[in-house]
Design a protein around this ligand. Structure first.
Ligand code: ZN
Length: 148
């Protein structure tokens, strides 16, 4: 994550700030826990109660909410997705990353999170993962934090 990670951009009076973050991934497939970064952005906003929309503007990356306690689960997720979309299968989209598009399509590029008392509402075992499927890359991530 870059240091400008939680700076709101395009702020206007009365508008919910849109945060532009960067995520550096270090492997072709990586499940990077970004719960802390998103929680920090929520704390820095003036929003005590509302929603945080997390959006990935990429076609080979995704956002997942799942258990963040046992790192072995990330390997199982990787293995499961590889079974569904092996990299070496012949695809019509033939630029070599079709498996990454399919995995991203399955998990999805956005999530809505609830905010209560300036905290993300997450279960005891839940974390937010940035899912990289065609890395390593410097990726963009957008947050919209809305009071309500
Ligand atoms: Zn492609």
């Amino acid at each position: 994550m870059s240091s400008e990670a939680t700076k709101p951009m395009g702020e206007r009076v009365g508008a919910a700030p849109l945060h532009a973050l960067h995520v550096e991934t270090r492997a072709r497939v990586e499940f990077k826990d970004i719960t802390g970064v998103i929680q920090k952005a929520v704390e820095e906003s003036a929003v005590a109660s509302g929603v945080c929309h997390v959006f990935v503007p990429h076609t080979t990356a995704a956002i997942l909410i799942n258990e963040n306690d046992d790192p072995a689960l990330q390997k199982d997720l990787d293995g499961f997705l590889k079974q569904l979309a092996p990299q070496d299968r012949e695809y019509l989209h033939s630029d070599g990353n079709c498996d990454a598009h399919l995995k991203a399509a399955l998990i999805g590029c956005s999530k809505f999170l609830l905010i209560e008392n300036r905290r993300l509402v997450l279960g005891r075992w839940q974390g937010i993962y940035f899912c990289e499927f065609d890395g390593p890359r410097r990726r963009d991530l957008r947050l919209k934090i809305i009071a309500g």
